[in-house]
Write a protein that binds this ligand. Structure first.
Ligand code: BGP
Length: 471
């Protein structure tokens, strides 16, 4: 739909930026922090680990000062479960609590709203060794962890995100270092436990913090059929249910999506559901949906007799399931230097699909472009591609708002350069450059990129700055 005039962004729109604890903090074994699964994850050869990253733990005040200079209205970060409760359950680490207290206070000093992800890919290793999300007792562990967070930070944190990208952990856990499953049945049992843990946290949050808001944070993307053939359209429906709605139907409506359930049945992978489980899912009501969007997906029908296919670069990533869907490239899109398709219109479509389906306010908790970058001869970083990427996506978000979608915040990835899930420090996402290489830590100097000043201007004016690029 073409609009002659776009609605302005709401006055109190949360212009934000995102990070996650294990990708940004470093200090992996300092001040009583227990190890997490990410601390023992072996990255692909030639890729750095998460032990230091951009050392935000030791640069926190300086980083927050820069976030304030950029004009951020909010900052989305995650709390490392094993920094707060080193073994995942039991003893609380006061120094961990103290760090997040300082971070939250520092943000509030500059009127930056903290948005907290409670769990972002870094399960305490002790729990993982016991079976992690496969064990039902983890629901109680997560609930107790949630209680510790609400007790300690609930007086200042109003926005809570339960679990980052649960769907990516279930679908691509090998790639992002979270997989511990022994098969499809086990992975969907883990998924069921995560859904229950999330539901318990939402219920507890509403009991303990009546003024706070809480919601899930999956990765959602719209799925195109490769052609207008009915079979391709059906494959797109299949994949949409398995990739998107399975997670949100459970989080919002407290039900298992029927198509996804049929897929699980077909694969003998339905989770064991105990009496009362579905009541817990139903009783939990999110206040909003947070979602991460990087790109769309395109799929074709997949012959039931065909073989299951994995990604040519990553054998752990399934890209085709016989009889269900087959991922294909979409020739209509340009790609990032890391091969991710760029689809801003798909972002608008995704926003609309989510709002149409669930009628809940939305916040975008990740969106961004990974680039190879270095300091230019003038000591700066001219990241015009990133500005173009954001401009195009924010423009489409404004169109979605004009379409009637309720969006209350945008938190791109990432506030500052950090370590990517599996492609190291060379894949930079930040508004702020950090002067280190893949393995050489150099001086860790912070240098605002051109996009930093562009975003600053956007936030000040609450609108996309005028530029000469062709929209
Ligand atoms: C999301 C994760 C983030 C982040 C981002 C970019 O899936 O929530 O943790 O890293 O993707 O992905 P990558 O780091 O693989 O480029």
């Amino acid at each position: 739909m073409y609009h002659k005039q776009l609605k302005p962004f709401p006055k109190d729109f949360l212009w934000s930026a995102s990070t996650s604890a294990y990708q940004v903090e470093g200090a992996w074994n300092e001040d009583g922090k227990g190890p997490s699964t990410q601390d023992v994850f072996t990255p692909p050869e030639g890729t750095t680990d998460f032990k230091v990253t951009c050392d935000h733990y030791h640069h926190m005040e300086e980083d927050v000062r820069l976030f304030a200079e950029m004009g951020l209205k909010a900052y989305r970060f995650s709390i490392a479960w094993s920094r707060v409760i080193p073994e995942g359950r039991g003893k609380v680490n006061e120094k961990g609590i103290a760090f997040y207290n300082r971070l939250i206070d520092e943000l509030l000093k500059y009127n930056i709203e903290p948005i907290v992800t409670m769990f972002h890919f870094d399960l305490p290793l002790t729990l993982a060794k016991e079976g992690g999300w496969s064990k039902r007792s983890i629901i109680e562990d997560y609930k107790n962890y949630a209680r510790v967070l609400f007790e300690n930070f609930g007086d200042r944190v109003k926005y809570w995100l339960t679990i980052n990208e649960q769907n990516m952990m279930i679908l691509h856990g090998g790639l992002i270092g979270t997989a511990t499953a022994t098969g499809l049945k086990d992975i969907y049992q883990q998924n069921h436990h995560m859904l229950l843990a999330q539901a318990e946290a939402m219920i507890l949050c509403h009991e303990m913090l009546p003024d706070a808001k809480i919601g899930p944070a999956p990765n959602i993307s719209n799925v195109y059929p490769a052609s207008n053939k009915a079979e391709d359209c059906l494959a797109a429906e299949n994949w949409t249910s398995i990739r998107n709605w399975l997670y949100l139907d459970a989080a919002v409506k407290g039900i298992y999506n029927p198509t996804a359930w049929a897929y699980l049945k077909e694969n003998n992978a339905t989770p064991d559901i105990e009496p009362g489980d579905m009541d817990i899912l139903k009783a939990a009501k999110p206040d909003f949906i947070a979602f991460n969007y990087y790109n769309s997906t395109t799929v074709a029908a997949a012959d039931p007799e065909a073989e299951l296919k994995t990604d040519k670069f990553d054998k752990k990533k399934v890209v085709s399931e016989p009889g269900v869907y087959q991922a294909v490239e979409n020739p209509n899109f340009a790609k990032t230097p890391f091969g991710w398709e760029i689809d801003p219109v798909g972002f608008r479509i995704t926003l609309r699909q989510l709002y149409d389906r669930y009628h809940l306010p939305l916040i975008v908790t990740e969106n961004g472009i990974g680039l190879y970058e270095e300091l230019d001869a003038d000591g700066k970083v001219h990241d015009d591609l990133r500005i173009q990427f954001y401009e195009a996506h924010i423009w489409e978000m404004q169109k979605a708002i004009t379409d009637g979608v309720e969006v209350f915040g945008y938190s791109p990835w990432s506030a500052i350069d950090l370590v990517s899930t599996h492609e190291g420090f060379r894949k930079r996402y930040g508004f702020i450059y950090v002067n280190r290489d893949e393995f050489d830590l150099l001086d860790m100097r912070r240098v605002p990129k051109d996009s930093f000043y562009w975003y600053q201007q956007l936030i000040r004016g609450n609108q996309i700055p005028e530029r000469t690029v062709n929209r």
